[in-house]
Design a protein around this ligand. Structure first.
Ligand SMILES: [Zn+2]
Length: 342
């Protein structure tokens, strides 16, 4: 029996995790998602499922970065040169993939390597692509990201924020598009991530197993049905899958048009002050997430409810730690602000 990917829309519960993944797939500029939770909570199932959900995309054939021919400002050097030379780039349809980054990966393996000897000898750049090249337009999945070398996490977060990977060696530099959705998972019992790095993850969610008996039963039933015949199971979710895929693509197109008014910007600023959140990155991420939520809802205007949902996903990991409530969002304070936004 061939086992297909578990349908995203068949995952029971875990609403915040699903929403955070959807928002990042709509808008990779959000800066990824950190999923905290114990083992066996369908984290990797969800990540694989969302990649599978989306229709195939056009990519330049024989390009190591799978450049998007429609995005002329986001091409690799080679594709850009070929366009410049009036060449027509042939394309192929490719599915979004999940690229796994092993915890043992070195920085070279992640960013790729520049052959300096070749550059000196022949006067041209020779670049050996790394994992960030593979990750372009895909999902980069790092299980147990808290065990990864801090420096490598730093590099990943930089690339995720910029959408570009730049490698420099002895005055020679090479850049290529690296627009990916960074998904890191961690089990908080096995050590935390440094706060400076934590702050640079766009969104964070905590997943737990279902606590209600009937929900747990539903999880079991679906799992058994899927294992009995994954094709029949997938067939049952076909329409829902298609609909969600379409909503994501629609949201991507709508996103650049979404507007936010000053009153809501003020609300976000006050929210961060009230919650004692460090720096300005939090405010910006809340707004970006709210813009993406509005686009996902098919609106061109942000509503207060978008800000509220965005805050729940973007703020908890950015709050200064207090001794008795580690990174727990003071949600009562948030509710109060939305009830009385003045
Ligand atoms: Zn290219």
């Amino acid at each position: 029996m061939r086992t297909g990917v578990y349908p995203f829309t068949a995952i029971v519960g875990q609403e915040d995790m699903k929403l955070a993944l959807i928002l990042n797939v709509i808008n990779p500029g959000l800066g990824g998602v950190l999923i905290k939770g114990e083992k066996g909570t369908a984290k990797s199932t969800a990540v694989r499922a969302i990649a599978d959900l989306l229709p195939a995309m056009e990519a330049v054939k024989d390009c190591a970065f799978r450049c998007d021919p429609a995005e002329v400002h986001h091409l690799c050097e080679r594709c850009a040169d070929r366009i410049q030379a009036q060449e027509t780039l042939s394309t192929q349809s490719v599915k979004m993939k999940v690229i796994e980054l092993p915890v043992s990966a070195t920085e070279d393996r992640v960013v790729g390597t520049l052959d300096i000897e070749h550059a000196i000898q022949f006067g041209e750049k020779k670049f050996e692509p790394g994992i960030l090249a593979e990750a372009n337009r895909n999902i980069l999945y790092v299980d147990e990201i808290n065990l990864l070398d801090d420096h490598v996490v730093d590099v990943l977060l930089d690339a995720a924020a910029m959408g570009v990977n730049t490698v420099e060696r002895e005055g020679v530099s090479y850049s290529h598009p690296a627009r990916f959705v960074l998904v890191g998972t961690m089990n908080p019992e096995e050590g935390d991530i440094r706060p400076q790095l934590l702050d640079r993850f766009g969104l964070s969610v905590t997943v737990t197993g279902e606590h209600e008996a009937d929900r747990r039963v539903e999880v079991i039933k679906r799992r058994l049905a899927y294992e009995a015949d994954s094709n029949v199971f997938a067939e049952n979710y076909k329409e829902e899958q298609k609909e969600l895929g379409r909503s994501i693509l629609r949201a991507r197109q709508l996103l650049p048009k979404v507007q936010v008014d000053d009153a809501l910007l003020m609300l976000v600023a006050n929210l961060s002050i009230q919650l004692d959140v460090d720096g300005h990155r939090a405010d910006i991420t809340v707004i970006k997430a709210a813009l993406t939520l509005a686009a996902f809802a098919g609106r061109e205007q942000i509503l207060a409810e978008d800000v509220k949902t965005a805050a729940r996903l973007a703020l908890p990991h950015r709050m200064r730690r207090r001794p008795f409530e580690e990174g727990v969002l003071d949600w009562i304070a948030v509710e109060a602000m939305f009830a009385d936004p003045a």
